[in-house]
Design a protein around this ligand. Structure first.
Ligand code: F6P
Length: 325
């Protein structure tokens, strides 16, 4: 028999579509196993400030299709301090929580890992970020929805770009990673993809522009916000000077990429991982993330998930160059 009787669940870091589906899956699985569930509001801040609320079956009704997170989210500085984590532990103990599911990205898992080095309440993570930049899982919740949002937007930009024979620099999210840029670039047939993982892409872009691409009806360059040039505006500025013949426009998609109803894929992934996270706690796991590898659910230690670097699929970049030439 597991010693886990009451679990906490929270969302932390940037929100991602599908977080609600994960909260629902955690809550309903826990109730199925006769556990009590406490929602912790506003990420780790809720542990420190005791923002606790019990969750019952009906509390998670009608949320599987909603973006955002009913528990709200935050990036909590206090939890990075020893004092903050101690207060969090004392509050969790007082309310009788003996296991926590953290839905978030690598910053959230770093906090969870450090907490589990010092304290005996096990934490299990569910990867939730549109950036898809967590080692050990093929997908993070929210990534698929964000991709679909970007593709829909870029398709629209393509219409107007073609109508005016223009070139667009479209900036997508990914402060430190190019997963969204790369995949959406392939999906929209972008002529250029600029991502932080690949340096000196500028040279290729120069060649592309010099090669008379403007004869095409339109050119679209997808730029990850974290690229070495400083984003779409900085890049476009350079090219305006170098290639005055091009009629250049810029679109920054911004936070609309984080909202919206989760895709079917994100809902199913969130459901599988929410279920798996509760099972992991019942199996006495701690300091691990539940992830997806080759469509199977796997357990990955936080230690690896936060330390190791997940690379983009470089073949995809080559394919994109060939197909959009
Ligand atoms: O959720 C990840 C992410 O979308 C990054 O790609 C982006 O840079 C960052 O969050 C921005 O988040 P915020 O506006 O919440 O600081």
């Amino acid at each position: 028999m597991s010693k886990i009787k009451k679990i906490g669940v929270l969302t932390s870091g940037g929100d991602a579509p599908g977080m609600n589906a994960a909260i629902r899956a955690v809550t309903r699985t826990a109730i199925y196993y006769n556990l009590e569930v406490i929602g912790i509001r506003e990420g780790y801040r809720g542990m420190i400030e005791r923002l606790f609320l019990p969750l019952w079956t009906h509390d998670v009704s009608d949320i599987i299709q909603r973006g955002g997170t009913i528990l709200k989210t935050a990036r909590c500085k206090e939890f990075r301090t020893e004092e903050g984590r101690k207060t969090a532990y004392e509050n969790l103990k007082e309310i009788g929580i003996d296991g926590v599911v953290v839905i978030g990205g690598d910053g959230s898992f770093t906090g969870a890992r450090i907490f589990n080095e010092d304290y005996d309440i096990p934490f299990v993570g569910i990867p939730g970020t549109i950036d898809n930049d967590i080692y050990g899982t093929d997908y993070t919740i929210g990534y698929d929805t964000a991709l679909n949002t970007v593709v829909e937007a870029v398709d629209k930009i393509r219409d107007t770009a073609s109508a005016h024979t223009r070139m667009f620099f479209v900036e997508v999210m990914g402060a430190e990673a190019g997963f969204i840029a790369l995949r959406s670039g392939v999906a929209t047939g972008a002529e250029g993809i600029i991502i932080p993982e690949i340096k000196n892409e500028e040279e290729k872009l120069n060649q592309l522009l010099a090669s008379g691409r403007r004869q095409k009806a339109s050119n679209i360059v997808i730029v990850a916000e974290g690229d070495e040039h400083g984003g779409a505006y900085a890049l476009a500025e350079k090219y305006k000077d170098h290639f005055p013949d091009y009629d250049i426009r810029i679109t920054v998609l911004g936070h609309l990429q984080r909202g919206g109803s989760p895709s079917a894929y994100d809902r199913v992934t969130a459901s599988k991982l929410g279920y798996a996270a509760v099972e992991a706690l019942l199996d006495d796991q701690k300091s691990v993330m539940v992830g997806i590898q080759n469509d199977n659910v796997v357990l990955v230690p936080f230690r690896k998930a936060v330390k190791l670097h997940k690379d983009v699929n470089r073949d995809l970049l080559e394919i994109s160059e060939i197909l959009s030439s």
